[in-house]
Design a protein around this ligand. Structure first.
Ligand SMILES: Nc1nc2c(c(=O)[nH]1)N[C@H]1C(S)=C(S)[C@@H](COP(=O)(O)OP(=O)(O)OC[C@H]3O[C@@H](n4cnc5c(=O)[nH]c(N)nc54)[C@H](O)[C@@H]3O)O[C@H]1N2
Ligand SMILES: Nc1nc2c(c(=O)[nH]1)N[C@H]1C(S)=C(S)[C@@H](COP(=O)(O)OP(=O)(O)OC[C@H]3O[C@@H](n4cnc5c(=O)[nH]c(N)nc54)[C@H](O)[C@@H]3O)O[C@H]1N2
Ligand code: SF4
Ligand SMILES: [Mo]
Length: 885
C-alpha cells in the first residue's frame, strides 16, 4: 500500500481470469467494498475489466452457504467433518485408496491446493485428485512437458508489447483476458508496426484488432502450423545454430511437416492459399513473434499436438525466451498456474516433479514424511466421473468447481454424482447444480474473505488478501482440508496455523525439486515470516538463488535429461466426432464478456447481465434458412448425449456448419441451457482434455405457442418449457416460452411470480393473442409480463428501469420509453450502461467518429474499456453502411 492510501484499503488479486490483475478493495464497513485497479500491480497497472470492476456487486451474502449441511439440514462443523472422515476412511478400508477421489479447481488458492494434493497423494495414498484444469490447461501442460521436459511458460506479458507480430490462436482475448487485450491494443496504437493475426473459426471481439483473420476450419490448427514449419524450412528461416545446440527431434518434425505443402493446408483448414501464404510470410519475416494460445487449442482431441505444432515453429526459429518472442499459453483461471505448481493434476506429483519417477516420489515422500505414495497416475476428470458412474469410486469430494455443468456429457456426470454413495461439496453457495447433489455441503470462505496466493499466466505469484470477515460459519478451504486430514488421523502432518505456514512448506519443497533439476523454484521464499508473507509483493518465479529470471530457454537449458528441447513429428487429425451420421453441424462453445463460468458470482451483479442475459446459439444464415430458423426464435441444439434449448442468434460471425453456444448457463439460470449436456466426453489421448469445441450436433426449431418476457421485484423461477432468468437493477427478469398459451393470463402470471395480492392490469390483442399484464401495489408495478406469438419486442432495459423507478402500469405496459426518451437498446457498455442504439446514434451524428469521440459523446468505453472492441465493430459496420450508401 502506498503512502496516503486510507489504512483500510487492502491490495489483493482479482478472482477471475489468469491475467491476475491487482485489485484495491476499500471495505465500507457494511459488508461491501469499493473496488479499483491497483496501479502498482505489474499485470494491470490500475486497469480492470467489466468483471473485475463489478466485484463489489458480488459480495452480498444473500445466496451464501453459511453453515455446513448434512442431507439438506444445517449441521455443525464437527459433525460434518466427522461424517466425511468416517465415510472416506470406511470406503478406503473396504475398497482401497483408489475407491475415493478429490475433484478440485484452478480457483482454489495455492495453499488450499497444496494441502489437498498432499492429503490425497501422500496420506490417502491415491493419485485420484484431478481438477477442472483438466478441462482447461492440461493440453498445454502436456505439450510443455513433451517439448521442454517441464511445464514451463517461457515468456511474460511484456512480450506481447515487445513483439512485431502477435498471433492469437483459439483465443478470444478481448473477452476472456480483457486487460491483457487492452495492453496489446495500447501497444499496437503506440506502435502501428505491431501486427496482430487471429486464428479462430469465428469472428470475435478480438478479431476487431486483427490485421489478418484466419477463419480456420475447427480442429485444423496442427495442419496450419505444420505447414508453417515446412514454410520455415523452405524459406530458409531455420535457426540452425539454435537447433544444433539446444533441440533434438528437428529432422523428424521437419520430415512430418513436409507432408503439409500449401495446397494441403488449404484443403484441411479451408483457408485460401493466398491468405495462408501471407500469414506464413508475415510469421517468418517477424523476428519477434509471440503465438498466444488458449481454449481453441487446448480443448481439442488433438490439443496436445496443437500445442506442440506451435512450439515446434518457435524452436525451429530459436524464437523463444527472448524479449517479444515465444509461444505463450494464457491461463484461464486465477490459479491455474498455482495448481500446476503444487501438482494438482492426477498425473503430476508436486513442485513440477513427476509421479512416475521413483527418485522424485521418494524425495517427496521423505519431505512430507508420508506413509504411502501412489506409483501410478490417478484418474483424469473424464475417467474419474466414469469411475463414479460405474461404482469404482464410492466417495468423492468436490471443491470450488461445478462439474454437473462444466463437464462434457454433463447429464451423465450429474446422474453419476447423484448416484455416488458419498458426495461432499465445498462451495460458497448451495445454489449450484452440483451442490444440489451433495450429501455433505461444506461452506467455504470466498474472495475477499480468504487469504493466500495465486499465480497468473506469466508466473507472477500474487497475494489474495482478506478484507472482510468470514461470514456465518464459513471456513477457508485449506482449513477444511486440514480438519478432514486430522479427523482421518493425520493431524500432525496438517497442523498449519495459517496459509503462510503452508506456503513456506510449498516453497521449501520447490527447493527439493530445484535440487533435482526442475524449473519451479521459489525456495528463497521458504523462510518468509508471517508478516513478510502478508506483505509479499507480486513475485515472479523462479525466484532462485540467482535472484529470479524473467524468461526461459533463450540459451537452451531445457528440463529434459539431455537439457535439449524436443521437436515432435505431428499429423493432422479431424475432431473426434467429426462425422456422426444425422448430426451435420459442429458445436463450438466458449465464453461471453461479462459472465464467469457457471455464473455463481457474475450473475449476482445486475450490470453484468445487461450485456447478455440468456443463452444463445450463433447460427450462420445459410444453416438457419433451410431449417426455417428465424432470428430470436428458439432452437434445439442436440447431440446423441443431450439437448439444449436456446435463442437463435442468426449471424455470419460463426462460419456455415458451425454453431457457437456459451458455456455459462446452468439449471439455476435456465430451463435447458446447460451446453455441457450435448458435448461428448471425447478426449485428447495424451492430456485427457475433453474436446469442448467440436461436438457433432443438429439444430431444430423449438415449437413455441407463446413467447414471454417478465420482470418482477422479487425472485421468481418460471416453470415453462423454456426460460432464462437474470438479475436486474431493482429485481429479476426472465425470458420464457411454452408450447401453448394458458387460458387465463392473470392466473398464469400470479403463479409465475408467486404474487397473490395487488391489482392486475391486462391489455390483450384479440387479433394476435399478445397480452401485456402488470401487477401493481399502491400504484407501483411490482411485476409485469409481456407475451406474444412471436419473440416479444419490448425494450428490456426500459422495463428494468421502469421497475426500479416504481412506475405505474401505463408507463410499464407501453413496453418502451416514450418519444421523449429514446430507447437505448441492448447494453454494450455495462459500466456506464450505454446501449447499442445510443452508440449507433453517436456514430451517425459523428460520421466516422473515433472510439474516443464516441466515448466523449456517450460515456461508452470510457471506464473499464472491455466494450471498446464491440464499439469498434459497430463503427466499422457503420462505415461499411456509409460506404454502401
Ligand atoms: N468473460 C470471461 N472470461 C474468462 C472466463 C469466463 O468464464 N468468462 N473464463 C476463463 C477461463 S477458465 C478460460 S480457460 C479462458 C478461456 O479463454 P479463451 O480460450 O479465449 O475462450 P473461449 O471462448 O473458450 O475460446 C476461444 C476461442 O476458441 C475458438 N475455437 C474453437 N475451435 C477452434 C479451433 O479448432 N481452432 C482455433 N484456432 N480456435 C477455435 C472459439 O471460436 C473461441 O472464440 O477464459 C478465462 N476468462
Ligand atoms: N462446454 C464447455 N465446457 C467447459 C468449457 C468450455 O469452454 N465449454 N470450459 C472448461 C474450462 S476451461 C473450465 S476452467 C471449467 C470451469 O468450470 P467450473 O469450475 O465448473 O465453473 P465455476 O463456475 O468457476 O465453478 C466454481 C465453483 O466454485 C465456487 N467457489 C467460488 N469461490 C470459491 C472458494 O473460494 N472456495 C470454494 N470451495 N468454492 C468456491 C463457485 O461458487 C462455483 O460453484 O469449465 C470447463 N467446461
Ligand atoms: S482481466 Fe478482468 S477478469 Fe481478468 S484478472 Fe483482470 S480484472 Fe479480473
Ligand atoms: Mo478454464
Amino acid at each position: 500500500m502506498s503512502a496516503g492510501e486510507p489504512a483500510a484499503t487492502v491490495c489483493t488479486t482479482c478472482p477471475y481470469c489468469g491475467v491476475g490483475c491487482g485489485v484495491r478493495a476499500a471495505p465500507d464497513g457494511r459488508g461491501g467494498a469499493a473496488i479499483s485497479g491497483d496501479p502498482e500491480h505489474p499485470a494491470n497497472r490500475g486497469r480492470l475489466c467489466s468483471k473485475g470492476s463489478a466485484l463489489g456487486e458480488t459480495l452480498d451474502l444473500g445466496d451464501r452457504l453459511l453453515a455446513p449441511r448434512i442431507g439438506g439440514r444445517a449441521a455443525g462443523w464437527d459433525e460434518a467433518i466427522a461424517l466425511t472422515a468416517r465415510r472416506f476412511s470406511e470406503t478406503i478400508a473396504r475398497h482401497g485408496p483408489d475407491s475415493v477421489a478429490f475433484y478440485v479447481s484452478g480457483q482454489l488458492l495455492t495453499e488450499d491446493y497444496y494441502v489437498a494434493n498432499k492429503l490425497m497423494k501422500g496420506f490417502i495414498g491415491s493419485a485420484n485428485i484431478d481438477t477442472n484444469s483438466r478441462l482447461c490447461m492440461s493440453s498445454s501442460v502436456a505439450g510443455h512437458n513433451r517439448a521442454f521436459g517441464a511445464d514451463t511458460v517461457p515468456g511474460t506479458y511484456e512480450d506481447l508489447e515487445l513483439a512485431e507480430l502477435v498471433v492469437l490462436v483459439g483465443s478470444n482475448l478481448a473477452w476472456c483476458h480483457p486487460v491483457l487485450f487492452q495492453r496489446l491494443a495500447a501497444a499496437k496504437a503506440a506502435n502501428p508496426a505491431l501486427r496482430v493475426v487471429t486464428v479462430d473459426p469465428r469472428r470475435t471481439a478480438t478479431s476487431e484488432l486483427a490485421d489478418q483473420m484466419l477463419p480456420i476450419a475447427p480442429g485444423s490448427d496442427v495442419a496450419l502450423f505444420n505447414g508453417l514449419l515446412h514454410a520455415i524450412e523452405t524459406g530458409g528461416a531455420l535457426d540452425r545454430s539454435y537447433l544444433a545446440a539446444h533441440v533434438s527431434g528437428a529432422e523428424a518434425a521437419l520430415e512430418a511437416a513436409r507432408g503439409y505443402p500449401g495446397e494441403r493446408v488449404a484443403a484441411l483448414t479451408g483457408l485460401a492459399p493466398a491468405e495462408i501464404a501471407a500469414f506464413y510470410a508475415g510469421w517468418i519475416g517477424a523476428k519477434r513473434v509471440v503465438t498466444v494460445f488458449s481454449q481453441g487449442v487446448n480443448q481439442s482431441s488433438s490439443g496436445t499436438d496443437k500445442v506442440n505444432a506451435i512450439i515446434n515453429c518457435h524452436l525451429a526459429t530459436g524464437r523463444i525466451g527472448r524479449p517479444g518472442a515465444g509461444p505463450f499459453s494464457v491461463t484461464g483461471q486465477p490459479n491455474a498456474m498455482g495448481g500446476r505448481e503444487v501438482g494438482g493434476l492426477s498425473n503430476m506429483l508436486a513442485a513440477h516433479l513427476s509421479l512416475e519417477d521413483p527418485g522424485h516420489r521418494a524425495a517427496v515422500q521423505r519431505f512430507w514424511r508420508a506413509p504411502r505414495m501412489p506409483e501410478r497416475p490417478g484418474l483424469k476428470a473424464v475417467e474419474m466421473f466414469r469411475a463414479v458412474a460405474e461404482g469404482r469410486i464410492r466417495a468423492i469430494w468436490i471443491m470450488a468447481t461445478n462439474p454437473a455443468v462444466s463437464m462434457p456429457e454433463a447429464d451423465a456426470v450429474r446422474d453419476a454424482i447423484a448416484a455416488c454413495p458419498f458426495v461432499a461439496v465445498s462451495d460458497i453457495t448451495a445454489e449450484t447444480d452440483t451442490a444440489a447433489l451433495a450429501d455433505v455441503l461444506l461452506p467455504a470462505t470466498g474472495w475477499g474473505e480468504k487469504s493466500g496466493t495465486v499465480t497468473n499466466s506469466e508466473r507472477m505469484i500474487s497475494r489474495q488478501r482478506a478484507f472482510l470477515p468470514a461470514p456465518g460459519r464459513a471456513r477457508p478451504d485449506w482449513r477444511i482440508i486440514c480438519d478432514l486430514a486430522a479427523a482421518m488421523g493425520w493431524g500432525d502432518a496438517f497442523a498449519y496455523d495459517g496459509p503462510a505456514a503452508i506456503f513456506r512448506e510449498h516453497a521449501a519443497l520447490s527447493g527439493v525439486a530445484a535440487g533435482l533439476g526442475r524449473d519451479f523454484d521459489i525456495s528463497p521464499l521458504a523462510g518468509l515470516s508471517d508478516a513478510a508473507y502478508d506483505a509479499l509483493p507480486p513475485s515472479r518465479w523462479p525466484a532462485g538463488p540467482e535472484g529470479g529470471r524473467t524468461r526461459f530457454f533463450a540459451e537452451g537449458g531445457f528440463f529434459t535429461p539431455d537439457r535439449r528441447a524436443r521437436m515432435l513429428p505431428l499429423t493432422h487429425r479431424a475432431p473426434a466426432t467429426a462425422t456422426t451420421p444425422g448430426y451435420p453441424l459442429r458445436l463450438n462453445t466458449g465464453r461471453v464478456r461479462d459472465h464467469w463460468h457457471t455464473m455463481t458470482r457474475t450473475a449476482k451483479a445486475p450490470r453484468l447481465s445487461r450485456h447478455i442475459a440468456e443463452p444463445f446459439a450463433e447460427i450462420h444464415p445459410d444453416d438457419a434458412a433451410p431449417l426455417g430458423i428465424a432470428p430470436a426464435s428458439l432452437v434445439t441444439v442436440e447431440s446423441p448425449h443431450g439437448r439444449i434449448v436456446v435463442r437463435a442468434l442468426v449471424t455470419d460471425r460463426t462460419p456455415p456448419g458451425s454453431v457457437f453456444v456459451p458455456m455459462h448457463w446452468t439449471a439455476q439460470w435456465s430451463a435447458a441451457g446447460r451446453v455441457g449436456a450435448a458435448i461428448p466426453a471425447a478426449t485428447d489421448p495424451i492430456s485427457g482434455q475433453p474436446e469442448s469445441k467440436a461436438a457433432a450436433v443438429r439444430l431444430g426449431r423449438f415449437a413455441v405457442g407463446f413467447y414471454g418476457f417478465a420482470v418482477a421485484r422479487t425472485a421468481f423461477r418460471p416453470q415453462t418449457a423454456f426460460w432464462a432468468r437474470a438479475r436486474v437493477q431493482g429485481g429479476w427478469q426472465a425470458e420464457l416460452a411454452d408450447s401453448a398459451p394458458p387460458a387465463d393470463w392473470e392466473g398464469f402470471a400470479r403463479r409465475l411470480f408467486g404474487i397473490a395480492e395487488g391489482d392486475a392490469t391486462i391489455l390483450t390483442d384479440a387479433g394476435t393473442g399478445a397480452a401485456r399484464l402488470a401487477i401493481s401495489v399502491d400504484g407501483a408495478v411490482v411485476a409485469a409480463l409481456f407475451t406474444a406469438p412471436e419473440p416479444v419486442a419490448v425494450s428490456r432495459s426500459h422495463l428494468a428501469e421502469a421497475l426500479r423507478r416504481a412506475e405505474g402500469p401505463a408507463e410499464m405496459l407501453a413496453g418502451r420509453p416514450g418519444a421523449d426518451r429514446p430507447d437505448p437498446g441492448p447494453t454494450v457498455c455495462s459500466c456506464r450502461d450505454v446501449g447499442v442504439n445510443t452508440i449507433l446514434a453517436a456514430i451517425a451524428r459523428g460520421g466516422r467518429a473515433s472510439l474516443d469521440a464516441v466515448g466523449a459523446a456517450t460515456g461508452a468505453g470510457t471506464c473499464c474499456g472491455s466494450c471498446r472492441p464491440e464499439i469498434a465493430a459497430l463503427m466499422s459496420r457503420a462505415s461499411v453502411a456509409l460506404a454502401a450508401e
